[in-house]
Design a protein around this ligand. Structure first.
Ligand SMILES: Cc1cc2nc3c(=O)[nH]c(=O)nc-3n(C[C@H](O)[C@H](O)[C@H](O)COP(=O)(O)OP(=O)(O)OC[C@H]3O[C@@H](n4cnc5c(N)ncnc54)[C@H](O)[C@@H]3O)c2cc1C
Length: 397
């Protein structure tokens, strides 16, 4: 054997290395493991970051977000909303009108890998710009921009909650919400389980559900809001018949049962074509002088891999998800039969009940979901407080 390659994953790789004596010496000594190599790695969840991609057009949002800007200014309204939450850390972008300093979420370049400069060089060789994809011209090659502050994840919890020391906020952790109590079409309170005990909290004003694109439709359905046919099948009393809670199916009345998720990946051939388009660019990249010079040779394969059919088979079998579910309780106009929420993100037909999370999008966003979700939440919090959101940024672009 020449060398050993460890590919045991993000959890088991550090475990295996530590069991083999490679890791922080202090930790190894505590475990009576002989230190072979003192390495300072650690696996902290707050050390991870999210790739930050702003959303480009209003079609991903809704008049809900852009209405205050007026009909002529839609795309810049989306940018303005997004700028509110950003604190760009990349010096050469400080003066860009597509970025802003001073917002809550820090954005900077992800630490590059050894391949990063090669990727950028090969992209240039193919005629692409090295670009700021969150700037004026999104198309091109770039180092990934991520939510990082001083090397640590710039998370919504840290930036919006922990730093602010809010007096008007009580957080109850390790609590699992099981049902929203709705009487006479009005949300009154929330049942939850904490330390094995069922508890109830009464809402004085209103309830905001932010349990994410999978659990929000689940919780609404467990509370009697959803397609009446599906609810009746589960013996759940129908409180409000709403037409669509997208492809998330509750299997029973037990809130701890996992809902079935029908993602229907690649049921639309346009999605295959989009991925195939990406692979075709990747093929060109692999044939650039940049990659040939470091020994990349795509000719040595027994498969006729350039055929569309080969790639389609590959895509259908080997693709993995990046976990960006959304649009499961979409907002929409009163005339939109598929809308679960109105334009103020209130559940249609139920008083005092709002949803604010990635469920609310009417359309899948063009980039990753974190930035759009934070943007919608920021906008929604200002709508609740009756504060105009974009005034100060109106003339920026
Ligand atoms: C592995 C992974 C990697 C990702 N990478 C990126 C990335 O690089 N860039 C990017 O932009 N996006 C990324 N995303 C997507 C992004 O994180 C999500 O789109 C975003 O977090 C959605 O926010 P949300 O508020 O809708 O839901 P969430 O962040 O999921 O928040 C929902 C919260 O509700 C809680 N909850 C659910 N049910 C209950 C209940 N019954 N009672 C009490 N609490 C409950 C959950 O524990 C959770 O804390 C990634 C997602 C995953 C899973």
């Amino acid at each position: 054997m020449k060398e050993i390659i460890v590919s045991t994953g993000v959890v088991n790789t550090p475990q295996l290395l530590m069991l083999s004596g490679i890791g922080p010496s202090k930790d190894l000594q505590k475990l009576d493991i002989e230190v072979v190599q003192d390495l300072p790695f650690e696996y902290r969840s707050d050390a991870y970051w999210e790739c930050y991609i702003r959303h480009i057009s209003t079609t991903e949002y809704h008049p809900c977000c852009t209405a205050p800007m007026g009909p002529d200014n839609d795309n810049s309204a989306v940018l303005d909303l997004n700028l509110r939450v950003r604190d760009i850390q990349i010096p050469e972008l400080h003066s860009s009108s597509y970025h802003r300093r001073g917002g809550p979420i820090a954005v900077t370049y992800s630490p590059p890998s050894g391949l990063t400069p090669l990727g950028l060089k090969a992209g240039s060789e193919l005629g692409y710009n090295v670009t700021d994809y969150n700037g004026e011209i999104p198309e091109g090659f770039s180092v990934v921009q991520s939510t990082l502050r001083n090397g640590i994840r710039s998370s919504t919890t840290d930036e919006f909650i922990a730093k602010e020391k809010r007096q008007n906020l009580d957080i109850v952790t390790r609590s699992f919400v099981t049902k929203i109590n709705i009487q006479d079409k009005k949300a009154n309170g929330v049942f939850f389980i904490r330390n094995g005990r069922k508890q109830y909290v009464k809402a004085r004003k209103e309830i905001i559900v932010s349990t994410g694109a999978v659990n929000t439709p689940q919780l609404l359905m467990l509370s009697g809001i959803g397609p009446s046919k599906d609810l009746q099948k589960l013996d759940i009393e129908v409180v409000q018949d709403l037409p669509r809670l997208n492809k998330t199916e509750v299997s029973g009345q037990d809130p701890y049962d996992h809902p079935s998720i029908h993602a229907n990946y690649y049921s639309n051939c346009e999605d295959i074509n989009a991925v195939l388009g990406g692979i075709r660019i990747w093929e060109q990249l692999m044939e650039t002088d940049t990659f040939r010079e470091v020994g990349v040779d795509t000719s040595k394969t027994k498969f006729e891999y350039r055929l569309d059919a080969y790639w389609e088979c590959y895509i259908r079998h080997i693709s993995t998800t990046q976990y960006h579910p959304c649009c499961t309780a979409p907002m929409g106009l009163a005339s939109d039969n598929s809308a679960v929420l109105d334009l103020n993100l209130r559940v249609r037909g139920i008083a005092n009940l709002q949803v604010i999370d990635s469920s609310v999008f009417p359309n899948i966003t063009s980039g990753n979901l974190n930035a759009p979700t934070v943007t919608v939440a920021d906008k929604a919090s200002n709508m609740i407080r009756g504060i105009g959101t974009v005034e100060e940024f109106k003339n920026r672009v």
